[in-house]
Write a protein that binds this ligand. Structure first.
Ligand code: S3P
Length: 175
């Protein structure tokens, strides 16, 4: 039997999935995976390059492939997903079947603060946009995605979610 714990962080770009995920994985002694980084490694191309050359549909299929591969591992780990990952190809069902999903619910204003121009340009979704356009895009994306994020088993809300908070929520989930 597989007794491993697979923690999967979901949420909007800029919600802190990678930063928080890395810190929590380290504290729990779990392996850490970042879905985007896994894809970049497999494809040997950057995310903007994949979007530009192969298109978003191709990128979404890669996300599903890598999520499936990771969730089948008989090992405990923490996976930070890209903001769109739970919202395509029934990925959220898959994540919930094998993993403990956690939605980092951060306000649009805070996301905007974190997605400075430089950070936004690294993401194909926001490339070349000014602050007003990024805000509108974030609002639109969130409106479409909330229904997927809200299927997560744990939801943490706030603009400053700490590693301690996430760990204590995970512990009470196991109890
Ligand atoms: C995306 C978010 C990105 C990355 C890709 C698409 C999205 O990850 O997967 O640019 O659709 O929201 P982050 O959430 O880490 O920015």
């Amino acid at each position: 039997m597989d007794n491993s714990a697979k923690i999967v962080l979901v949420g909007m770009p800029g919600s802190g999935k990678s930063t928080l995920g890395k810190a929590v994985a380290r504290q729990l002694g779990f392996d850490f995976y970042d879905l985007d980084e896994e894809i970049v490694r497999e494809e040997t191309k950057s995310i903007p390059e994949i979007f530009m050359n192969e298109g978003e549909g191709y990128f979404r299929r890669l996300e599903t492939k890598v999520i499936e591969k990771l969730l089948k591992k008989d090992a405990s780990f923490l996976l930070s997903t890209g903001g769109g990952a739970p919202c395509f190809n029934e990925n959220m069902e898959l994540i919930n079947r094998y993993g403990i999903s956690v939605f980092l619910n951060v306000s649009v204003e805070q996301l905007l603060l974190r997605l400075t121009k430089n950070e936004a340009d690294k993401r194909p979704m926001f490339r070349g946009m000014d602050t007003t356009e990024i805000r509108l895009k974030l609002q639109d994306l969130l409106a479409d995605r909330e229904m997927y994020y809200e299927q997560a088993k744990i939801m943490l809300s706030g603009d400053d979610i700490s590693t301690e908070h996430l760990i204590s929520e995970l512990m009470s989930f196991f109890r």
